[in-house]
Design a protein around this ligand. Sequence first.
Ligand code: FAD
Length: 387
Amino acid sequence: MRDLIVIGGGLVGLATAWRYLAAHPRRDVLVLERADAVCRGQSGRNSGVVHSGLYYAPGSRKARLCRAGGAALEALCREASLPFARRGKLVVAIEEADLPRLAELERRGAANGVATQRLAGDELQRHEPHVRGRAALWVPETAVCDFGAVGEHLAARLADGGGAVRCGAAVRAVDPTPAGARVVLDGEELAARRVVACAGLEADRLARARDLRVVPFRGEYRRLVAPHDACVRGLVYPVPDPALPFLGVHFTRRVDDVVEVGPNAVLAWRRTPDGGAADALATLTWAGTWKLARRYLLRAGGEYLRARSDELYAAAARRMLPALETSWLAPAPSGTRAQVVGRDGALVDDFAFERRGAVLHVLNAPSPAATSALAIADELVAELDAR
Ligand SMILES: Cc1cc2nc3c(=O)[nH]c(=O)nc-3n(C[C@H](O)[C@H](O)[C@H](O)COP(=O)(O)OP(=O)(O)OC[C@H]3O[C@@H](n4cnc5c(N)ncnc54)[C@H](O)[C@@H]3O)c2cc1C
């Protein structure tokens, strides 16, 4: 019987396995990943932003674990010479109506221990000469890194410590047993004293959650072509709509210096490209999907149209960068977010974990879970050890 099986080789799963092994050397730790390599899910296709903790409700897990996780991630990147750049970001109030929400963000930042600086419209151009707005918050701590490289590094560190990652291992079920837990794969069963399920877009299925469902939201990007990419130095975001868990189309100068525009947030029927009809059916038959769609009908329609039109996509980006022309945008790969939605259509905002006997399910780990992964892992390991 193994000491720990982790389901899911994304950042949360890999970090949890690594931190567990660091706390308990010589124990038998195995990560099961259904894809043919680690970090092929959300962890390998995101914006690469190491968030500062500005946005999250003070006292929430997101607020606490983003701060702790960001610091731990920076230390790891520096120690292992992984790409990491502290670029700083501007949150721009584009219109008068954004100003009260910008002030609220400033308060949240202070409550969460994030340093910010309020800038008037002309001052923001010291940081981003091509960006226009009524005012902005400058958040110097925000950084970028290569989360895929971090995941590979974690897998290598795990192997160095005697742990293992098995790819191509799709888990069909996980159940508590009197001695621990049983993990069912195709034609095989494994036993473990404890299991942590960190399955991202499949979290609800493995947990057999009855009142929650993962609803996939595709995040599509464009990139700025040279020489126009020089118009953005760092990260430039609009003030987010507090009703939505997404941050609005923004500019990110990634750690490899590509300037991405996006992501948008389009309700997707499939969780993965090979998800097939079962995924679409699961999304369509969930009452929460329709309640959510009704609530955000206008916004969802706008996102859907924008996803199909470069012109509309450019128009959204142009609100902050007036010089931008549609021809400056080139296609870039997309990613799919796991957004957990209740039966009543309410979005689950905070990170959520649930224990069933020896099995700990990570039910909700949306952004900033890549930033927070090492701190989430410490919390999960403490939970395992408390048992
Ligand atoms: C477009 C986009 C932009 C984002 N931008 C940022 C950002 O800039 N900063 C940030 O902090 N966060 C960002 N996020 C969020 C962040 O990427 C995720 O919160 C984080 O990667 C979640 O990690 P995870 O390990 O929980 O999930 P995942 O990375 O999705 O990993 C889950 C793993 O489980 C595997 N799996 C699933 N089912 C099974 C099964 N049955 N058996 C075996 N394996 C299974 C999957 O193949 C996958 O590898 C973004 C997300 C997206 C999609």
